[in-house]
Write a protein that binds this ligand. Structure first.
Ligand code: PLP
Length: 282
C-alpha cells in the first residue's frame, strides 16, 4: 500500500510524521474521508469545500488548491489500484516543540492513505443496530477535527453492545448524530427527519447530496432535531456517511424500528445515492 506524506508517495510502512506533530500532541488537525467507486472520487467537490472550511475555522493554512489536492488523491488511488474504498486525508497544523500556542509560520503536515472497502456492493440484508450514548463532545462539531476521543469511546460502547453505530444524545434527550454518520428517522406519514446543520453536528456531505436527491424525488423532508423516544417509535431510521452511503437502522438499543428490517424508503434512498455517486464520481 502506498501512502502520501508532505509531497512524497511512499510505502505505507515507511510513511510517518514527527512525534512533535501537533495532530499527535493536541489533536490539532482536520481530516476528510471520501469514498471511491469505480476508481473515482465520490462527491469530491463537497468534501474539498468542507476541508477548506474546517481548516479555515481553526486557522490552518494549507497551501494547496482544491484542484491540487484532488489530483494528489487521484494519483494515490491510481498507485494503489483502488477500485472501491476510501481515501483518508489529514492536515495538521504542523510540527513544533510542544506548546499550546503556535508560531505564525507553521507548515501543515498533509498525509493521505487509502482503504479498500466495499461501500456500494455490500449486502444490506440486516442493516445497523444502534446504541444510544451521551454526546460528550465539544461544542464546535461542525469542524471535522481529528479530536475523536468521544466518538472512539461511543463507537466502542456500541460495538461491545453488538451494535454497528452509536447515536449520540444530548442532555435534552435529542439525538445529535451518529459516531461517524448523520442520523435520520422516517415518520408514520413518510417524512424524512434530520437535524438542520449547526455547530452541534458535522455537516455531512452525504446528507447534503441526499437531501437534494430526495427533494428532486418530491419526498418530504423536515430539518429538525428528534428525540430518542421519537426514534424508537419511528417507521424507519437510517444513517448516512461517505463510508456507508445510506444505511438502514433496524434497532436502537432494545427497540426494533418498524418491523425490524431495513425500511423501503431507506433502501430507495440508498439506491438513489449510489446512482448519484457513480454518475458524478471524478
Ligand atoms: N457526523 C459525524 C460525526 C461524522 O464523523 C461523519 C462522517 O464521518 C458524518 C456525520 C457524515 O459525514 P459525511 O457524509 O460527509 O461522511
Amino acid at each position: 500500500r502506498i501512502a502520501y506524506v508532505n509531497g512524497a508517495f511512499l510505502p505505507a510502512s515507511e510513511a510517518s510524521v514527527s512525534i512533535f506533530d501537533r495532530g499527535y500532541l493536541f489533536g490539532d488537525g482536520i481530516y476528510e474521508v471520501a469514498a471511491v467507486i469505480d476508481g473515482k472520487l465520490v462527491d469530491s467537490a463537497s468534501h474539498l469545500a468542507r476541508l477548506k472550511r474546517s481548516t479555515g475555522e481553526i486557522n490552518i493554512k494549507l497551501h494547496l488548491s482544491e484542484e491540487e489536492i484532488e489530483n494528489l488523491q487521484r494519483k494515490l488511488i491510481e498507485k494503489n489500484k483502488l477500485k472501491e474504498g476510501l481515501v483518508y486525508l489529514q492536515v495538521t497544523r504542523g510540527t513544533a516543540d510542544r506548546d499550546f500556542t503556535y508560531p505564525d509560520d507553521m507548515k501543515p503536515n498533509l498525509t493521505m492513505f487509502t482503504q479498500e472497502k466495499m461501500v456500494s456492493n455490500v449486502a444490506i440484508k440486516t442493516g445497523y443496530a444502534v446504541k444510544s450514548v451521551p454526546d460528550l463532545r465539544w461544542t464546535r462539531r461542525d469542524i471535522k477535527s481529528t479530536c475523536l476521543l468521544a466518538q472512539v469511546l461511543a463507537k466502542q460502547i456500541a460495538k461491545e453492545a453488538g451494535c454497528q453505530e452509536a447515536w449520540m444524545v444530548e442532555d435534552d434527550g435529542l439525538v445529535t448524530e451518529g459516531g461517524s454518520s448523520t442520523a435520520y428517522i422516517v415518520t408514520a406519514d413518510d417524512k424524512i427527519i434530520t437535524r438542520a446543520n449547526s455547530q452541534k453536528t458535522l455537516p455531512g456531505c452525504t446528507r447534503l447530496a441526499l437531501l437534494e436527491l430526495a427533494t428532486e424525488e418530491n419526498l418530504a423532508i423536515e430539518e429538525r432535531p428528534f428525540s430518542l423516544e421519537e426514534a424508537f417509535a419511528a417507521k424507519e431510521a437510517f444513517v448516512t456517511s461517505a463510508s456507508s452511503f445510506v444505511m438502514p437502522v433496524v434497532r436502537i438499543d432494545e427497540k426494533s424500528i418498524g418491523n425490524g428490517e431495513p425500511g423501503p424508503l431507506a433502501m430507495r434512498l440508498r439506491e438513489l445515492y449510489i446512482d448519484f455517486a457513480k454518475r458524478t464520481a471524478v
